[in-house]
Design a protein around this ligand. Structure first.
Ligand SMILES: CC(C)(COP(=O)(O)OP(=O)(O)OC[C@H]1O[C@@H](n2cnc3c(N)ncnc32)[C@H](O)[C@@H]1O)[C@@H](O)C(=O)NCCC(=O)NCCS
Ligand SMILES: Nc1ncnc2c1ncn2[C@@H]1O[C@H](COP(=O)(O)OP(=O)(O)OP(=O)(O)O)[C@@H](O)[C@H]1O
Length: 197
């Protein structure tokens, strides 16, 4: 079974992903893949530099993530432009990793994809697990984790679909407003229901 793990920024996907890793499930992590495909020397990084200008590269020729983030989280047109360059490469690599795990005989693979709904990737997976939090908790945790102002954090949250919409498309929802332990219990129950433990 391919399980798509999603949510919104700072809703707790990585927290749940780490729990799934501890169970021994292989994880395909879209954020990690997004870093792999823009390594220095890659075709994708070259294209990004052509379109966004050399200023978005650091002195070492790496992607200046802070600079690019400041551009794309505040400008929808630029975000779509970046997505059109980087998403095809991310998708290809994620499917390669998924297929590699399946070829190795894994029965269950987790695909951690923050933009599963925004990018309409529902067909990649058999079951969709959404990690959800209230708007207040999301804003608070994002500001704390990334040291962002309220305005910066809100811009990031607004660059994604609302969690309420994602919940409607889910096969199961974890409410991550409570303690880590409460989240772990919900996860265990869902995995039991899906018969993958
Ligand atoms: C703009 C970049 C360089 C900023 O890097 P930074 O290290 O600050 O953030 P990081 O990559 O850790 O992403 C943090 C979170 O931001 C959100 N996010 C990232 N990119 C996007 C996007 N294009 N649209 C909406 N939300 C996004 C996701 O929830 C993600 O989990 C980076 O996010 C990026 O390369 N984005 C484009 C690739 C992408 O869409 N990644 C999302 C998963 S496929
Ligand atoms: N139940 C919880 N109680 C307290 N803090 C939590 C809980 N779940 C997550 N956090 C904290 O909230 C922040 C966001 O969680 P996490 O990094 O797992 O979110 P994410 O969905 O993976 O975010 P992103 O999409 O930005 O990568 C982290 O600092 C994490 O430690």
């Amino acid at each position: 079974m391919i399980i798509g793990l999603t949510g919104s920024i700072a809703s707790g996907k990585s927290t749940v992903s780490n729990m799934l890793k501890a169970y021994g499930f292989p994880i395909v992590d879209a954020d990690l893949v997004a870093r792999q495909v823009v390594e220095p020397g890659s075709e994708t990084l070259q294209k990004i530099a052509e379109v966004f200008g050399k200023e978005i590269l650091t002195e070492n020729g790496e992607l200046d993530r802070k600079k690019l983030g400041a551009i794309i989280f505040n400008n929808e047109e630029k975000r779509q432009l970046l997505n059109s360059i980087i998403h095809p490469a991310i998708r290809k690599e994620m499917l390669r990793q998924r297929d590699e795990h399946l070829a190795n005989g894994e029965k269950t693979v987790i695909m951690d994809i923050p933009l599963l709904f925004e990018s309409k990737l529902q067909h990649f997976v058999d079951k969709i697990l959404v990690v959800s939090v209230s708007e207040d908790v999301q804003l608070q945790r994002l500001m704390e984790r990334n040291q962002l102002s309220e305005e910066e954090a809100k811009a990031r949250i607004q660059s994604q679909l609302p969690l309420s919409v994602k919940e409607q498309g889910a096969d199961a929802v974890i409410n991550n407003n409570g303690t880590i332990d409460e989240t772990r219990k919900q996860l265990e129950q869902i995995l039991n229901e899906w018969d993958v433990l």
